[in-house]
Design a protein around this ligand. Structure first.
Ligand code: ATP
Length: 203
């Protein structure tokens, strides 16, 4: 999948991030390689979400450089599940169709993929607006929108938040499948135990 010799798809060098006077990230350097599973573990407020948003290209950093290496002359696809989705006035299908359209996916293929994910994650509240969803239901929609475009780099921020035990198993299977497909997965969590038990780590 990746054309660089050493498999690096993203290079961060000496990244700093400040919000006003508060320095959240300091001199952070990191190489992200094809097929890696990376856990960003830290306490509340330590800057995990900030780092994921920088990786997603959604937050500007204050200093340092980020280099994204192309795959076969194209930018690699990023899937990003933030730590929570807003409670929107869309139904789940309206929202996922919308996200698929933004990603430039073919309507009929993405429709089938959405059907299959809704069934797999037992999300059957088709006609209810997402603002009435529970935290766990919203989290499932969040995960689906992140994997719909078959990302090369999948960024998951506290992905187990709000999920019941069976759904956590579904999440572990989802991560495993994404890795088997060749995706690089970066997970931010403050829960070391969940990471140890649920995140399938491949050598
Ligand atoms: N947009 C922002 N403006 C100002 N400060 C911010 C902003 N976003 C985050 N912060 C601050 O930056 C610090 C790191 O926040 P961040 O959300 O990245 O941490 P986190 O490790 O993901 O925390 P948690 O585990 O609680 O989700 C916190 O002190 C937070 O208040």
């Amino acid at each position: 999948m990746i054309t660089t010799a050493n498999g690096v798809i993203m290079e961060l060098r000496c990244i700093t991030k400040r919000y006003g006077r508060t320095e959240v990230l300091q001199d952070l350097s990191l190489d992200i390689r094809e097929g890696q599973m990376i856990a960003i573990v830290g306490a509340n407020g330590s800057g995990k979400s900030t780092l994921l948003r920088i990786l997603a290209g959604l937050t500007a950093f204050t200093g340092g450089t980020v280099r994204r290496l192309p795959i076969d002359n194209r930018q690699f696809r990023v899937g990003y599940a933030p730590d929570r989705l807003p409670a929107l006035r869309f139904t789940v299908r309206e929202y996922l169709n919308h996200m698929a359209a933004i990603a430039g996916l073919d309507r009929s293929a993405s429709g089938e993929s959405i059907d299959s994910w809704l069934e797999r994650l037992h999300l059957n509240a088709e006609n209810t607006q997402m603002r009435h969803f529970s935290k766990g239901m919203l989290q499932k929609v969040n995960l689906i929108q992140a994997v719909l475009r078959q990302p090369d780099l999948l960024l998951l921020d506290e992905p187990h938040g709000g999920l019941d035990p069976d759904s956590r198993d579904d999440l572990a299977a989802l991560i495993r499948e994404e890795r088997d497909r060749g995706a690089t997965v970066v997970v931010a969590t403050h829960d070391r135990e969940w990471m140890r038990q649920s995140a399938p780590v491949k050598a």
